[in-house]
Design a protein around this ligand. Structure first.
Ligand code: NAD
Length: 479
């Protein structure tokens, strides 16, 4: 019997939809159809120009349904409608068009003239690629992965988070309407713990591209080890922002607010640790708190809303548990730190924008990803100390530097242990350049030529070019 799952609106805790959960037979069917589509179907064999046309159609399909997709994403995740309308949906469409327009360039063969030989370097798709995505940017991260994997010629099985499958269902319709050949895209709904192992350990799957928590990432590494698969692991973060005394204070305060409170702080690149140079600390913290208190909480689908609810009761409980532990360890709540009192918010999973002071490197909250609207703000006296504090983390995903001295900011950026460092801005992602972390934040890149090439494998064809076609190997034994 098909199992059903209720999908909740985190702004109200009401059911939005009921969807079928995949069983073992559905998984089997998805893996089979992906395998057949790759091994025998047209997709990997299409000309690049034809593949490009399909991807452009998907991009157009997303734009044609932009308002509906934004509404769904907001209802399902709780994120403010402004964010889904102006960030998630258009960026998703842009990723498909970017990789459509660049796939010929990225997949161009390389010919190298070697000593007595010629090398022909070819980029091939891996085969069947499983794409596992989290709930914080369901459509956007699915689009990143799918656009790159498909542009490279792979067939894909997408597994959205069981909390946020609704935009993936719409994406399935868009892909269907774009006319992609059967089996090229399969979408599986189900809890990660139930379907994850089956998908990731299966011999017929060639690659897994995972974005999610460190904990689940480690489990997937274990499943993939059974058959040795290509992996991309985009995991958690505990990123740091360094605000130097010469920064444009207003820009630094406003940008830092976004860097931790956008999407309710549920961002892998959230700047959850903010280090401010002591000369400007008092002014910075006063302005930061004043403005944090003004952030307007509300239902995601209200255009006035600046911060929506967290994704679930469970996630809110996790945030509260981190805060309680931080307080017990000596951290001070400078603002927020509680569930809002407003009656119109009482059913949703809201939590106030929270600022903590008195946090030291030994505390749990300094080290672990909270994934909620909690900023730890501390001061530093010299740049080397700030760099040391920023790097005192097992994660190494992102960093931000606020300073008017760009040359010095760049030299600090080079010393920050992170895959991406922003200077005087935050959260800018481009399809043209790669993104991804180091250390426990994972490995492999998304986006850019480098990220795209993760979805391909290099084949090196070497042919003899010796004079008279007489390579030494043919005479090695003297025969
Ligand atoms: P999660 O790890 O709990 O879940 C991510 C996905 O994995 C979901 O689809 C889930 O159903 C699936 N899953 C769960 N157990 C599984 C298993 N045993 N096998 C296979 N799949 C399984 O993460 P989440 O709570 O959805 O998202 C939050 C996390 O994602 C945070 O740690 C955040 O930092 C991280 N994240 C990282 C990036 C990045 O680019 N580095 C981007 C966004 C989110």
């Amino acid at each position: 019997m098909t199992r059903k799952q209720k999908i909740l609106n985190p702004s109200t805790n009401e059911a939005l939809a009921e969807i079928n959960v995949a069983g073992k037979e559905d998984m089997e069917a998805a893996i089979n159809s992906s395998r057949v589509a790759f091994d025998k179907g047209p997709w990997p064999r299409l000309s690049l120009a034809e593949r490009k046309k399909f991807l452009l159609k998907i991009s157009e399909g997303i734009l044609a349904k932009a308002a509906e997709l934004a509404r769904l994403e907001t209802l399902n995740t709780g994120k403010p409608i402004k964010e889904s309308t102006f960030m998630d949906v258009p960026s998703s469409a842009k990723t498909f068009s970017h990789f459509a327009n660049h796939l010929e360039e990225y997949l161009e063969d390389t010919i190298l003239e070697l000593e007595n030989a010629k090398s022909h370097l070819i980029r091939e798709p891996h085969g069947v690629v499983v794409l596992i995505v989290p709930w914080n940017y369901p459509l956007l991260i699915a689009s990143w992965k799918m656009a790159q994997a498909l542009a490279a010629g792979n067939t894909v099985i997408l597994k959205p988070s069981s909390l946020t499958p609704l935009t993936a269902l719409e994406l399935a319709k868009i892909i269907h309407d774009a006319g992609l050949p059967e089996g090229v895209v399969n979408i599986i709904h189900g809890s990660g713990s139930e379907v994850g192992q089956l998908l990731c350990a299966d011999k017929r799957v060639d690659m897994i591209s995972f974005t999610g928590s460190n904990e689940v990432g480690r489990q997937i590494l274990g499943y993939a080890a059974q058959n040795v698969k290509k992996l991309i692991m985009e995991l958690g973060g505990k990123s740091a922002s360094i605000v130097l005394a010469d920064a444009d204070l207003e820009a630094a305060v406003n940008g830092s607010l976004c860097s931790i409170f956008l999407n309710q702080g549920q961002m892998c690149t959230a700047m959850s640790r903010i280090f401010v140079e002591e000369d400007i600390y008092d002014k910075f913290i006063a302005d930061f708190i004043t403005k944090a208190k003004k952030i307007k909480l509300g239902r995601g689908d209200d255009y006035e809303t600046q911060m929506g609810p967290l994704i679930s009761q469970e996630q809110r409980n996790k945030v509260i548990a981190y805060l309680e532990k931080a307080k017990a360890e000596g951290a001070k709540v400078l603002c927020g730190g509680k569930i809002p009192d407003a009656t119109d918010l009482k059913n949703g999973f809201f939590f106030e924008p929270t600022v903590l002071g008195g946090v030291s490197a030994q505390m749990n909250i300094f080290q672990e990803e909270v994934f909620g609207p909690v900023a730890c703000v501390s001061k530093f006296s010299d740049v080397e100390e700030a760099i040391k504090l920023a790097n005192q983390s097992n994660f190494a995903l992102a960093g931000t530097i606020w300073s008017k001295d760009i040359v010095s900011a760049e030299s600090i950026a080079k010393k920050i242990n992170a895959g991406i460092v922003w200077i005087n801005t935050y959260g800018m992602f481009y399809n043209e350049v790669p993104y991804g972390g180091f250390k426990q934040s994972g490995f492999g890149k998304e986006l850019g030529r480098e990220g795209f090439l993760e979805y391909t494998r290099f084949k090196n064809i070497i042919s003899d070019q010796t004079k008279g076609a007489k390579p030494l190997v043919n005479y090695w034994y003297g025969f």
